[in-house]
Write a protein of this length. Sequence first.
Length: 291
Amino acid sequence: MSKVDELRIKYPKITKATLDKFVAADYTPTKKYLEFMIKTWVNKPPLTFNLSTSIIVTVVKKFDTLLPYIENKDIYHKDYADFSLLIRVIENAETLKDEKTFIREDHVNVLAESDRYILIQPVTHRGSLKYGAGTKWCTASKNSPEVFDRYNKKGYLAYLIDKTNTVAKLGSKIAFYLEYTKCPINGTIDIFNTIDSNITSHTVKTYSWSESDLFDIVTIFRYYYLKMKNIKKDKDVVDGFVDTLTRLNFEQFEKSLSNLDDVNANNYTSKIKDKVEEFLTKLNKTNYAIR
């Protein structure tokens, strides 16, 4: 008798559809998680509507994936009879995995760092999550990476983080944001405290941030904003040029030009060929010469 058949007999209350779903979800060769999923489903407290089969499957799969970061690897241990504890263990394992696999240079640019603070530009959503942890910033929301991407595309974002534990909690992390449409010299910087309230530089000082530190921080922020704004401008030019080239239909162009030659539109086609030659001459004077 197979393991599945044995469990079908052992847990007669489970429906065939639910059992089949758990069987399909357990991709291990020995179906080692199957009985755990069945027991969790059969023994769930009455009226527990939020514990669905999909949630059980998702949690068990996460447990298996995160085993290297979990101390108690026996899912049948009595502690895990409390499904909420299993969920907390998985959450802690995800945090541990993130800490061990996070490479700072891949996710943030460090703009300035001292014994008192660090100022970073998050360049990925993961970097924003790590350095924005504990805040209510929409750019550091785990479930909304598209919000971070939108802000990052439209403007320059930086996080200031206190390293001394002497700054008021509301100001222990400060977000600075300046849209690329604004002037780098006197454009108004949007400033947010940890609860995502838009505040003024005067309010930041009330959190016990040093005025001289803030002056340095804002100066550095504007410098990198200007630098990134110029990079973005150059990227827009390059992207536009490449987009134009990729949309050109060279085969159709050649065919149409040949057709015009056939109907004796020589004067017109000659001018067109001269323009093409002029373009190629300009191109060959760059680093991207093709002949």
